[in-house]
Write a protein that binds this ligand. Sequence first.
Ligand SMILES: Cc1cc2nc3c(=O)[nH]c(=O)nc-3n(C[C@H](O)[C@H](O)[C@H](O)COP(=O)(O)O)c2cc1C
Length: 301
Amino acid sequence: MTKLRTEVGALTLEKPGMVASGIMDETGPSMERMLRNGAGAVVSKSVGTEPKEGHSNPCFTEVEGGLVNAMGLPNPGIDAFAEEMENATRCGKIVGSIYGAGPDEFSALAGRMEDYGACAVELNLSCPHAKGYGMEVGTDPAMVKAIVGAVKSAVSIPVWAKLTPNTHILADIGRAVQDAGGDAVVAINTLKAMVISPEFARPVLSNRFGGLSGSAVKPVGVRAVYDLRTVLDIPIVGVGGIRCWRDAAEYIMAGACAFQVGSAVLTEGVDVFEKINRGLERFMDDYGYRSIKEMEGAAHE
Ligand SMILES: Cc1cc2nc3c(=O)[nH]c(=O)nc-3n(C[C@H](O)[C@H](O)[C@H](O)COP(=O)(O)O)c2cc1C
């Protein structure tokens, strides 16, 4: 499958699809399983300094075209995550996703992920349902620049910033990542959303609002990648609503050099990557694309 090989800056992936943070990536065995099922890399669950329980149930509900979740970043904390990372990194490439409240916390967590063998670190600057974290720090370009700059000085592995679509200044945030020396941007995290039960006359999720993912968000993600491509020179990783090779091709043609799949691992099954890989290869053969690089940004021409 050399045709599918791609580069996210200095990082080479044999296959362009990665498991998005938060799905089948909380333990070493689940990450290994995804690597064995056609993923080019796995992005770990976002991990913080201390263990976090997350929001109480219900924290997940299905809607037409997707899912709305407010997990609240449940994770065992960076210390307890060492063993999971060390096991999984023996089987393939793991990107360590982390969240923090500011530059110092992000830098310390990134250093630990590097020690654990992560091939890159992904900064969660975009979760829409965790107070004091995620998009609360990721919608201020000055804060984003400070965080990315601090992490870049703390580690030697590539630093990716995962961005939120819940902003009208996405391009400014992308530029802040690039100006601070960030190696790539990842777009998009979930869209802030709410579901109400008419019978109970209240929001379904315990946290009231959550984040929409799945097919419904794909056009928003594709547009975000397209917009970012027009202002950035650093690589872009596309994520949001990818279920099949056509969806992946849209992101690549919008300007992404690689992509991530989240909800579809749950709705389509763990063989979703194998199917996407086969479909992409067939499409590339039929339409004369010799590499992902040749497809990248094709919709801009
Ligand atoms: C259940 C669930 C948990 C998630 N947890 C995280 C997380 O810990 N960190 C993060 O950056 N994104 C998280 N996300 C967002 C996904 O990584 C992805 O950006 C988003 O769901 C859009 O992609 P998709 O439509 O393929 O799911 C989560 C999404 C879901 C559905």
